[in-house]
Design a protein around this ligand. Sequence first.
Ligand code: SF4
Ligand code: SF4
Length: 304
Amino acid sequence: MSHDSNPRRLAEQPLPEGCTVSRRRFLEGIGSAAGLLAAGTVPAIATVAATAANASESVSGEPEPGGGIGYLAEANQSVNYPGKPVHYAEPAGDQKWGMVIDVKACIGCRRCVYACVKENNIGRNAGFTYIQVLEMELGKVDVEHGVLDYEEAGRPDKWYMPVQCMQCAKPTCVYGCPVIATWKEPDGIVVIDYEKCIACRNCMVTCPYDARHFNWVEPEVPKAEVNPKVPLEEKAGVVEKCTFCIQRTRNGQTTVCTEACPVGARKFGDLNDPESEVSILLKTRRVWRLKEEFGTEPMIWYVG
Ligand code: SF4
Ligand code: SF4
């Protein structure tokens, strides 16, 4: 981690070599969310201050009949599908992973974005990244008018909000998949089997966070930069997304975005461990989650 504290200098991070992430794509993603927001279908943001009590309730992830998306959960009780064909390392214990992002600390430098691209073999030609960082006017919570293609980070008149797959406890993406190509693992990580994905993209529609991305082209990653530890090879015609760096977190490491953040804005850890940093933050700070009204129970909280 760098100890450089100049936010502008930290923000001068180039994309990984060959990466042609389309700024337009970012805007399209938010645009579709904004359309829903404008239509009043989706509340812009949940500014719910989770108390220690309701935070721990959320962590349980048990479907609540009749509430939120409970009816979907009831119809699909088995979120963790047995006999899974994907060979990730097994969870090391009974962890339940979660993340807390301090938006007051975040300087919008996108180092997390670039580190994620490299770690997870995201095609440099893909036109998407798993993490996106939204810039908003200081003092306003306005996701609808947030900017994803901002040029200058670390501006004192703005605040920054990274978004990515929330590893929801009640993942609508999973319920949207007709062939069970995606599911939630016991440690809370929502995974996708690229061999089973039939490219219908239903999961993209049923995810309220625009967190899933379709590979329209064969991903191009410079040979020298391929990370052999990523358990599945991305390919054209499948949907992909953040996996909380499953190849790292199941081997005792933190997520690469957490490691890359120069200001420590990201905290990752085990929600089942009451002494973990994330558990303590949930108990002691005012935290909130994005689009909480959907009832998906994201495993990423924001603070600050
Ligand atoms: S953020 Fe979207 S893709 Fe991620 S688990 Fe939730 S519903 Fe699924
Ligand atoms: S979370 Fe950290 S690495 Fe990501 S944009 Fe914010 S300050 Fe930069």
